[in-house]
Design a protein around this ligand. Structure first.
Ligand code: ATP
Ligand code: MG
Length: 559
């Protein structure tokens, strides 16, 4: 990969290294805990790379644990997609896939334990009343009138909640902590809610489901997690996380460490909003190549290495609110493909050129490198024929001064081939250019023409042997850097009308029959990837992953 400085600060890695070196921790155990209520996005990739990366680096384990406490929003399809994404990124979780629901029995026993200890109670207040009693940031909460029920009564009610005797919302189980705590999370948080919902893992077994807070830390403890790494919005939950560990007979005490989430400009990283794009049909599913989902990025042509590299480049800090420039992500994939994608020529907007001094039966084939710096990529064959396609944008009838491509009476080099001169421009009745007549200077193969300089080089494809390709040019979905910043404007209003442009192009014959997910640099155009779903032998479809121009490298140089 290109030699740029790539390692940004990672305070968690430093901390873990110190602990390991000081012998404070034997084997580290981390976990990645997605809720299966949507596909993973680039923000999750940051968390995956951090958690799995630490385990990899320090010889520990990273678990994949589905945080599945909310059955009404979760689905098996999301579980499958998440597993596939993590594997595709190149990570292997230790042991089998885990589910927080695997621990529902244990959690229930611990709830009974708290009740017996006088540290939890069943509350009959309605959800609205609970909110009202909870107080505000400036006002202490008030105790519920049900707060002092006896452990016996609470145990009985809890058991009946579990048996399905009550309607949803009728009762909850709450921890008895401190209704006056300055931290609202400590004001008797809810441990269990009644939900008469079928769960994707436990079926109809449960009529009550534990809250996120009552589940997460204890699941960490059951699994022997040493470092429970999460994003900063959970900082205020840490005292509660620790309260459960301190007040329950858990096997060990994991530590919660928070870091700043990834925010990327021109991009949404909220599952809820991404789901809306899918549900409204604004994009072609969760893996639409414009989506910042891992599966969308994969379909767009990102490599696992480029995403891991990007996550390394952005680093891990506690500084909140920063926006990462998407140019950095583009830089990461471009650097990878620059080194690893074979080259090909593809004309996106075909304009026919007849080479008048090339005979009809001319039979010449150029054998050129698959990659300029990679002998291991072999060579490819470019048939040169009387009729070729060039790109419409490489011709101008009335060119400005610095236009070095083709124009009437002007010369240009065909990449990997000869210099040609434009002798005639053919137009239709509407005055549009339909064809060019050019002549070849046969004395220019691999050398400069006699007595004159030809600056421009353009790509081309044989008419007789080129293969038709559908080319999908993808760009940012949103026109503004922070589509969801302004609370008064619907983020959908910032959608770009140009995030997808589809063209019918012609590619060199070596592309015939490429496999889905093959990646190429289309010379002078950009990096492209054969679509995973749509690309077939008889209908080639390529997605533009990224253009050639590296704005990130430019910003770096200036800075
Ligand atoms: P969303 O807000 O998109 O719904 P979430 O945090 O609710 O995301 P989870 O499935 O709970 O989604 O996330 C799993 C893990 O990924 C959590 O540990 C979470 O902190 C982390 N994560 C989610 N979004 C980001 C982000 N933008 N940057 C870094 N980590 C993230
Ligand atoms: Mg979450």
């Amino acid at each position: 990969m290109s030699n740029d400085s790539t390692s940004a600060p990672n305070f968690i890695r430093n901390q873990v290294r110190e602990e390991v070196e000081a012998g404070k921790v034997d084997t580290i155990v981390t976990r990645f805990p997605p809720e299966p209520n949507g596909f993973l996005h680039i923000g999750h990739a940051k968390s995956i790379c951090l958690n799995f990366g630490l385990a990899e680096q320090f010889g520990g384990d990273c678990h994949l644990r589905f945080d599945d406490t909310n059955p009404s929003k979760e689905e098996q399809a999301y579980i499958d997609a998440i597993k596939e994404d993590v594997s595709w990124l190149g990570y292997q979780w230790a042991g089998g896939v885990r589910f927080a629901s695997d621990y529902f029995d244990q959690l229930y026993e611990w709830a009974q334990y708290l009740v017996r200890e006088g540290k939890a109670y069943v509350d009959d207040l309605s959800p609205d009343e609970i909110r009202e009693y909870r107080g505000t940031l400036t006002e202490a909460g008030r105790p519920s009138p049900y707060r002092d029920r006896s452990p016996e009564e609470n145990l009985d009610l809890l058991e009946r909640m579990r048996a399905g005797e009550f309607a949803e919302g009728e009762k909850v189980l709450r921890a008895k902590i401190d209704m006056a705590s300055p931290n609202i999370n400590m004001r008797d948080p809810i441990l269990y809610r009644i939900r008469h919902a079928r769960h994707h893992q436990t079926g109809d077994k449960w009529k009550i489901y534990p809250s996120y807070d009552f589940t997460h830390g204890q699941s960490d403890a059951i699994e022997g997690v040493t470092h429970s790494i999460c994003t900063l919005e959970f900082e205020d939950h840490r005292p509660l996380y620790e309260w459960f560990l301190d007040n329950l007979p858990v096997p060990c005490k994991p530590r919660q460490i928070e870091f700043a989430r990834l925010n990327l400009n021109y991009t949404l990283t909220s599952k809820r909003k991404l789901k809306l794009l899918v549900d409204e049909g604004i994009v072609d599913g969760w893996d639409d190549p414009r989506m910042p989902t891992i599966s969308g990025m994969r379909r767009r042509g990102y490599t696992p290495a480029s995403i891991r590299k990007f996550c390394e480049m952005i680093g891990v800090t506690r500084a909140d609110g920063g926006l990462v420039d998407i140019a950095m992500l583009y830089h990461a994939i471009r650097a990878d493909l620059e080194d690893n994608a074979p080259r090909a020529m593809c004309v996106l907007k075909p304009l026919k050129v007849v080479l008048t001094n090339v005979p009809e039966d001319h039979d010449e084939v150029f054998e050129v490198p698959g990659h300029p710096a990679r002998d291991d990529m072999g060579t490819r064959k470019l048939p040169f024929t009387r009729e070729i396609w060039i790109d419409r944008d490489d011709f101008m009838e009335e060119p400005p001064k610095k236009f070095f491509r083709l124009a009437p009476g002007k010369e240009v080099r065909l990449r990997n081939a000869y210099v040609i001169r434009c002798d005639d421009v053919i137009k239709n009745d509407a005055g549009e250019v339909t064809e060019l007549r050019c002549s070849v200077d046969f004395d220019t193969l691999g050398k400069n023409p006699e007595g004159r300089k030809v600056k421009g080089v353009i790509h081309w494809v044989s008419v007789a042997q080129g293969v038709p390709v559908e080319v999908r040019l993808y760009d940012n979905l949103f026109q503004v850097e922070s589509p969801d910043k302004d609370k008064d404007t619907d983020f959908l209003e910032h959608l770009s009308a140009e995030s997808l442009i589809t063209l019918q192009g012609i590619a060199e014959p070596s592309l015939a029959g490429v496999k889905p997910e093959s990646r190429f640099q289309f010379e002078r155009v950009g990096y492209f990837c054969a679509d995973r779903h749509a690309c077939r032998e008889d209908h080639l479809v390529f997605n533009r992953t990224v253009g050639l121009k590296d704005t990130w490298a430019k910003i770096q140089k200036k800075g």
